[in-house]
Write a protein that binds this ligand. Structure first.
Ligand code: UDX
Length: 460
């Protein structure tokens, strides 16, 4: 049960434009803490689904909070933008900012939302605050969102309406918890009043647990978000690079290296989990957008380029390890365990599993796949090309190699004996370092990302 601290209705009403992971999660979290919330999306089918109490994606706690808030009458949804703006005092823009084919940011949805908000503001009395929460390149809030709203509303920013950029840092799989407990709040304000109103809103939401807050310009706040994601992606790519070195060194183990460097307070232990590479809807899109933006400003970002470069080939390390265990893959049944880009989500956007499955098929393997939540998305990604298993056991039966691609809890529980009993050849490639090599290595053919081929640990 989620501790929401639901209180009587707050005096401020909020609207969220765009009901993806960020918009819907934020909407249900604010509603659960007593705000009146209206969610808007241009997709009527999505609205219908959400209105029936279902989230369009799997994210822990979201449906529970959604149903609870709707039952209390504090959360409604509409596909009418005017209704959403006029029924609220503050509007958050939470639409998607996907990549264009050349990697640059696509701001179409942000522009559309700005137009719709501007048109609705034309006929609205009283002060209204607009908060951009979508990830946008530096300068977008001031140079794109502001002029569109001004021209559509015929009202000057800073007078009857205000504008801020305030990024979110929530991770899929723990989005609700991240919304309730962020490390910090960043407010990029175009004028003092709008910054003050937004800070007050956050104070009401977080109450005695108000996180450290930085108030700054929109351009700084916009860049914080990109720098943050780039740094995290770089950290994972860094440890993956070290993992690839460890793999060539007898006795080396990247887990020990990560622990060793992670204890240095200047480095810290998080985001040093080596594996098959990072995926998801944010890192690649944001790194591409940042590189494109920097290039347009005649600046090179070699560390960001390197983070992408390491990640582009990282998934294929698992194929190399599989070949090391069972030789050529042609004609062999290979089981892929885990398809979502991380556990506790059904999201397969930019998941490393896609690259791995594609390469396995190119190598002529017979591929069986299983994921506790992402099977529906997997069918869209792989069509008829793979076998869809109904359980881990089903996926492993008769298989000659198992690849652990996503670290779901149910895979962690597997013992060497489970693999031995089910598989034709018990060969396991641990792409997420969930198994203890000491207990797996002697019993079956075992390889793991970042683990040196021969370990002389016991000989010390
Ligand atoms: C990320 C950011 O963390 C979040 O702040 C931002 O708002 C959106 O992008 P998300 O993509 O949901 O969130 O998940 P995250 O937990 O960051 O993981 C991203 C990828 O990195 C996953 O594929 C994960 O498996 C991988 N990863 C993460 C590692 O391989 N090793 C790690 O140590 C951490």
């Amino acid at each position: 049960m989620v501790q929401t601290g639901a209180k009587p209705m707050r005096d401020k009403a909020l609207s969220f434009f765009g009901l993806g992971y960020v918009g819907l999660t934020s909407a249900v979290c604010f509603a659960s803490r007593g705000f009146n919330v209206i969610g808007f999306d241009t997709d009527p089918q999505k609205i219908e689904l959400i209105n029936s109490g279902k989230a369009p994606f799997y994210e822990p706690q979201v449906e529970e909070l959604l149903r609870e808030a709707r039952r209390r009458g504090q959360l409604s949804f509409t596909d009418n933008p005017e209704e959403a703006v006029k029924g609220s005092d503050t509007t958050f823009i939470t639409v998607g900012t996907p990549s264009n084919p050349d990697g640059s940011i696509n701001l179409e949805q942000v522009k559309n939302a700005s137009k719709q908000i501007g048109q609705a503001l034309k006929g609205k009395n009283g002060y209204h605050l607009v908060v951009v929460r979508s990830t946008v390149t530096p300068g977008t809030t001031e140079n794109i969102v502001k002029p569109i709203i001004e021209s559509c509303s015929r009202k000057k920013c800073g007078e009857s309406w205000g504008l801020c950029f305030s990024p979110e840092f929530l991770r899929e799989g723990s989005a609700v918890n991240d919304t309730f407990h962020p490390d910090r709040i960043i407010i990029g304000e175009l004028d003092r009043t709008s910054g003050e109103i937004l800070e007050e809103l956050y104070r009401t939401f977080y109450s005695s647990e108000m996180p450290k807050t930085i108030r700054t310009t929109p351009v700084n706040a916009e860049l914080v978000k990109y720098a943050n994601n780039a740094f995290l992606a770089m950290k994972v790519s860094f440890i993956n690079m070290i993992a690839n070195l460890c793999q060539k060194l007898p006795g080396a183990d990247v887990e020990v290296i990560a622990e060793g460097i992670g204890l240095d307070k200047r480095i810290g232990p998080l985001f040093l989990k080596a594996g098959a590479g990072w995926g998801g809807s944010c890192f690649r899109k944001d790194l591409d957008a940042l590189l494109d933006f920097a290039l347009k400003n005649s600046v090179e970002l070699p560390l960001v380029e390197a983070a992408l470069k390491v990640n582009n080939t990282q998934p294929y390390r698992m194929i190399e390890l599989a070949k090391g265990l069972i030789g050529e893959l042609k004609g062999k049944k290979v089981s892929v365990l885990g398809l979502a880009f991380k556990p506790e989500t059904d999201d397969m956007r930019d998941a490393v599993s896609i690259k791995i499955v594609k390469r396995l098929l190119e190598e002529g393997a017979r591929v069986a796949v299983y994921d506790p939540k992402a099977m529906e998305n997997a069918r869209k990604a792989f069509g008829e090309a793979v076998e869809y298993a109904e359980s881990v056991e089903d996926c492993l039966t008769g298989s000659e190699c198992a690849l652990i691609v996503t670290e779901w809890e149910e895979f962690r529980k597997m013992t060497p004996q489970n693999f031995i009993e089910l598989m034709k050849i018990p060969a396991v490639v641990d792409g997420r370092r969930i198994y203890n090599a000491e207990s797996f290595s002697p019993k079956l053919r075992f390889a793991a990302v970042g683990l040196g081929e021969k370990r002389y640990y016991n000989q010390h």
